[in-house]
Design a protein around this ligand. Sequence first.
Ligand code: ATP
Length: 368
Amino acid sequence: MTTIHLNNLVKRFGTFTALKEMELEVHDGEFMALLGPSGCGKSTTMNMIAGMENPSQGRILFDGKDMNGVAMGRRGVGFVFQNYAIFTHMSVYDNLAYGLKVRGVAAAETHRRVLAMADFLQLTPFLKQPSAKLSVNILQRLAIGRSAIVEPAIFLLDEPLSNVDAAFRAVMRTELKHLQRQFRQTMVYVTHDQLEAMTMADRIAVMDHGVLQQVGTPLQVYDDPINLFVADFIGAPGMNRLKGTLAQADRGLLIDLGPLGVSAPLLAEVAEGARRAGVTQVIYGFRPERVSLADQGGIPMEVTFVERIGARTIVHLGRGQVAVKAVLDNNVGLSAGAVVHVVVEPDAVRLFDAASGVAIRPATPKVR
Ligand code: ATP
């Protein structure tokens, strides 16, 4: 059971800064996802936690103890990579048993734990098979089992599911979560797949260009993204965004959307937050799941494309250069060319400063 504290962590490769002053606390037993696009510094961060790379600046603390100078093998860290590192000349059983044997665990205890881990990861039918003959899916499961079996206090997984097929990935998402719950490890999981992060993590650290953007529960980063990058990156499709200007009308403060007309009046706390922020040019954001299409009112737009994705339908809408997506039930009964009115639920509106992309927070009511 261990906490991880990344304290002002910086990594430079020559003149290039891959990680900029990262400050992050991973709680004891927490499942933290590092999420971001390729090249944002996720693996660099993981490699430093594991002890494979040294920070250029800053500290890594496990339970308050500075890990600077502590070798990888002495950090109590299990690490699973995208490319499973297993001994292909050994059987599945021997691969699982390996870490316990080198730690001097008694044979009977090793046998018990190998069987339990094989059962947990559904590897029992393969125990006697040489690993070289296994499918990618089974190999990755074995790689996870091999690291997990020694019950490291910290478990680091770097894109462990990126090479496996989609169906297996869905199964493994659930299994990894169960594994972490069972062993109560502190887990850091690197992924560029927001669905993986959303489904498994207790909290998500969203990164871009070596900068930590936001840390929060899946719902916090989805509902209240700190900036437009997070609003886009989280959610599939990402948040809709329309350019607008704050305008005072008789009905209240609203957003003038130019050729698209005007928004409905903002909720009082959103309007107050916008007033306090002192900006006029804003981005009017709303999730595709939080709109309805009506015959009148709202923002008139034309259906450009109807995309069936199984459980739901994504309706693509456009007007001039502006595009909006709505995620709706399958019974929408619309086709390209239809004119509809996009109605945004008032509490779904998220405002951003158009210049900086930073979220404009609603004002919290004064406590009396
Ligand atoms: P990916 O998912 O593609 O691995 P990532 O978010 O894990 O992306 P990193 O691998 O951490 O990103 O890389 C961050 C940046 O640092 C990238 O621009 C990468 O090219 C650079 N980088 C990583 N390792 C080195 C190195 N050893 N020397 C120079 N640059 C490096």
